[in-house]
Design a protein. Structure first.
Ligand code: GUN
Ligand code: ZN
Length: 475
């Protein structure tokens, strides 16, 4: 492919099987939820999608000198969106044998104390972002640590790669190691400084991030309330109703509260673009309150299974009208792949006799998660005026997939097998803002790595073969 087709700000045309969602397949019906073009063309100009349609209809009008990246028979969808993960937990994944509260105390909090060191935060940010791109994820909502440096590192690296990212400094002033604690004043001031530096800077947005009720005093929650009131349209992220011990602790710490959700309601934190991780053990009252406020529940299946937290009740959320996203929750979660996350989501829901067909899962990973984080108007769809974030998927990437796909007859079946058996090996290319930021079998292309970056970061050494893309001149 010529460099002109991958530069930010240029014009780019991609030919592939194109799949995009504009409605939830479980409410709109499969047919009314998506557009699928067997031989599609996507034209990108200045980081935005200009046109999407049948290749035969669009090709004749393309400028003759424009290179087309031809990915057929691969499948192009909007880049995946991961609405809940933790920057400082890439080296916590797979920590053995505990449930949430002990896992936090034994593994997670000690690890997070390292992130006051800029070198640690920089290296982890580079690793995490490259790993997300390797898995086709182009937007994430991330908890950093209580150290402002961790947010600086994450946003600096996200900016360098041209990614749409949401992140915030965790606020926590009790029930954790001293080295992680801020104070109500410091939490407020440091968040405000970071907002001034980063919020709305390019594609970046700040999320007000009280970790969860057990680690914030009432004074800190009051300061958080003041901050949230100053920025009524800003994201808020926290955790809610994940684990029985956590819920009992919240009841002890806030004896006046009706339930866990009431604590956040009391401090003005339940509103649109407020993202509540887990939401497993909610009462009907809590679901109703979250839904009425326009807040979002984030289902984190690999984490919920790994920590033995419980089974998310997706149908109860749907019935309550509660917006729902699906996320990895790295590192309580065990995979960076949204495909694997959806596959585990299917199994969690199966244990509740609930369904997650392929189309519904791909909707959730793209347009659904975009809507869940309040970005349904700019990312998550392959449609004109949306930002040009894409993943190109090889549904036959492994021998096992090729074997299985021989029996597949419909797109729904193909998607379901892809999510059940697929992972990063299926990601051929990832684009952010019209720029190719990952290619299978090649190192971090197009990304000028700082001299001090570890050489393995961003590389893909799976042995997958080199270019699978023929570049052709437009007709
Ligand atoms: N609740 C509060 N902090 C965390 C965290 O880091 N991970 C998970 N899974 N739950 C939390
Ligand atoms: Zn979390």
């Amino acid at each position: 492919m010529t460099s002109s087709s991958t530069e930010a700000g240029g014009t780019l045309a991609i030919r592939a099987r194109v799949l995009t969602y504009h409605a939830h397949p479980l409410s709109a019906g499969e047919g009314g939820s998506h557009r699928y073009i067997e031989d599609g063309l996507v034209i990108v100009r200045d980081g935005l999608i200009e046109a999407v349609g049948e290749a035969h209809a669009l090709l004749p009008d393309l400028a003759v000198d424009l290179t087309v990246a031809d990915y057929r028979p691969f499948l192009l969808t909007a880049g995946f969106i991961d609405p809940h993960l933790h920057l400082p937990q890439t080296q916590v994944i797979g920590s053995y044998g505990t449930e949430l509260m002990e896992w936090l105390a034994r593994y997670t909090f000690p690890e997070e104390t390292r992130y006051g060191d800029p070198a640690v935060a920089d290296a982890a940010s580079r690793f995490l972002l490259h790993e997300l791109l390797r898995n086709g994820t182009t937007t994430a909502v991330a908890f950093c640590t209580s150290h402002p440096q961790s947010v600086e590192s994450f946003f600096t690296e996200s900016q360098r790669m041209g990614l749409r990212m949401v992140a915030g400094k965790v606020m926590m002033d009790r029930h954790a190691p001293e080295a992680l604690l801020d104070t109500p004043r410091r939490g407020y001031d440091e968040s405000k400084d970071l907002i001034a530096r980063w919020h709305g800077n390019g594609r970046l947005a700040y999320a007000i991030s009280p970790r969860f009720a057990p680690t914030s005093s009432e004074a800190q929650l009051e300061a958080t309330q003041a901050l949230a009131a100053e920025y009524p349209a800003m994201h808020i992220q926290t955790h809610l109703s994940e684990n029985a011990g956590e819920i009992a602790f919240v009841a002890e710490l806030f004896p006046w509260s009706k339930d866990y959700t009431h604590v956040y309601e009391r401090y003005g934190l339940v509103r649109r673009k407020a993202l509540f991780g887990h939401c497993i053990h909610l009462s009907e009252r809590e679901r109703g309150a979250l839904a009425e406020a326009g807040a979002t529940a984030v289902f984190c299946p690999t984490s919920n299974l790994f920590l033995g937290s419980g089974l998310f009740d997706r149908d109860a959320a749907l019935k309550a009208g509660l917006r729902t996203g699906i996320a990895t929750d790295i590192g309580g979660g065990t995979s960076y792949s949204m495909l694997t996350t959806a596959a585990e989501g299917y199994k969690v829901l199966a244990l509740r006799q609930q369904a997650l067909p392929g189309h519904a899962a791909f909707y959730m990973m793209t347009a659904g998660n975009a809507e869940a984080i309040g970005y349904g108007d700019r990312i998550g769809q392959v449609a004109p005026r949306f930002e040009a974030d894409f993943v190109v998927l090889d549904t036959h990437a492994t021998p096992a997939l090729r074997q299985r796909m021989e029996r597949v007859e419909t797109l729904e079946e193909e998607l379901f097998v892809l999510m059940t058996m697929g992972d990063d090996r299926c990601v051929v290319s990832t684009y952010a803002s019209g720029r190719k930021v990952h290619a299978r079998g090649m190192g971090g292309i197009d990304l000028p790595s700082p001299a001090h970056a570890p050489t393995s970061v961003g590389g893909d050494f799976t042995g997958a073969s080199a270019p699978e893309v023929e570049s052709v001149q437009a007709a």
